[in-house]
Design a protein around this ligand. Structure first.
Ligand code: MG
Length: 382
């Protein structure tokens, strides 16, 4: 029996890799529903290959055009609401590949419509990890991380008891400015930051990799996903990105997951866990490779220590960290602020929020604070 699948964010970087995986496993998986933002051309290509009866996009005219073209489409949805409605379509598996904080409501909706959630979106965990965990237990959901580091940790934890874990070691590529001196960082332009040496990803996560905010978000993500304390997470720079992350146990044994850097592997694993299917990526060859490891420079990349601080404050502070970063990245991409302003904005907004933190916030409280901070940053720097 084929498992049914929906993909939220089908035309983005994660979605594109997922479609490549899907093409190899048409006998195992059936695409029932997909959502996309604005890339109607790419959506059309996907619809030409698969015939999902339900689609959603941010623009009404795009889904109407596609409905007119493909008679197999039964129902279309549009706008942010439409994507939330599509997230409620029942499927065995939901892949959440939307990037950014906008994914939070659709992600939460998938807990009502799929037993397995393959989660690539990190912002929803960072903002509402406690809510996602509660829903996971209440509704008996298999929440499988698709972020490559967290997939590696998940894979290393299979068969292990949680109390036997001593620490989690997140690997980071270090991004394109790993060796750039601080006084040169201020001249960095978006086109420089968008050149990632190893991974090919969407724009937001590529900029986040260059500031190490991506690793900051991933620390927070790990704390919620694996329900461990923040001091149990270490970060190590590993430029080759071959070791995707590691777990150290109480007996000081370390387990790691290795592979070629491709998002297809964690996506495929999340679809088929606990089974391993035939490869859709090339075999890893370690011959002639040098694997390097360095300590991260938190002075040049303050986004990393700010993430740990956000975790220490807890509650809505991780929402502030996330949104301030997301807005700062947008302003940087629009060349309205400099590269080094990104962590400065995060720090400033966190400082301002210290007096009004809400511990254990509800979803509506998170969304309110998220909106407030977005508007505030737009007003200040826009
Ligand atoms: Mg990652």
């Amino acid at each position: 029996m084929r498992k049914t699948l929906k993909i939220l964010g089908a035309t983005g970087s994660i979605g594109t890799h997922a479609i490549e995986v899907l093409e190899e496993f048409v006998d195992d998986l059936e695409l029932i529903a997909l959502s996309f933002g604005y890339n109607v051309k790419k959506a059309e290509e996907i619809l030409n290959k698969f015939s999902p009866p339900y689609i959603a996009s941010l623009k009404r005219e795009d889904v109407m055009y596609l409905k007119g073209k493909f008679p197999f489409i039964k129902e279309v949805f549009w706008g942010e609401r439409g994507i939330e409605e599509l997230a409620l379509i029942d499927t065995d598996i939901a892949l959440v590949g939307i990037s950014g904080a906008e994914a939070i409501v659709p992600t939460i909706r998938t807990f009502d419509s799929s037993h397995r959630i393959a989660l690539a979106n990190k912002e929803s965990i960072v903002m509402a990890g406690h809510i996602l965990n509660r829903l996971k237990y209440e509704k008996e959901i298999e929440l499988i991380p698709v972020d490559s580091e967290h997939s590696a940790i998940f894979q290393s934890l299979v068969g292990e008891r949680r109390e036997d874990v001593k620490k989690i070691i997140l690997t980071a590529s270090g991004g394109p400015f790993r060796n750039t001196p601080k006084d040169r960082l201020k001249y960095v332009k978006p086109r420089d930051a968008l050149k990632h040496p190893v991974w090919h990803m969407g724009k937001k996560v590529t900029i986040d990799s260059s500031t190490l905010a991506n690793k900051g978000l991933e620390i927070i993500e790990a704390v919620f996903l694996f329900e461990i304390s923040p001091d149990m997470v270490d970060v190590i720079i590993h430029p080759q990105s071959i070791i995707h992350s590691m777990v150290e146990f109480q007996d000081h044994s370390v387990k790691a997951q290795l592979g070629v850097p491709s998002m297809k592997l964690p996506i495929q694993y999340a679809f088929f866990y606990p089974y391993r299917k035939r490869a859709t990526v090339e075999s890893l060859s370690l011959f002639g490779q040098t694997l390097e490891f360095y300590l991260p420079d938190e002075e040049r990349f303050p986004a990393l220590s700010l993430a740990k601080e956000a975790l220490r404050w807890g509650g809505t502070m991780t929402t502030i960290y996330n949104r301030a970063n997301e807005e700062a990245v947008r302003l940087f991409l629009e060349e309205r602020i400099g590269f080094l302003d990104i962590p400065i904005i995060i720090e400033k907004e966190m400082e301002a929020h210290k007096k009004s933190i809400i511990k254990n916030p509800s979803l509506s409280e998170i969304l309110d604070i998220d909106r407030e901070i977005k508007e505030k940053i737009e007003k200040t720097y826009g």
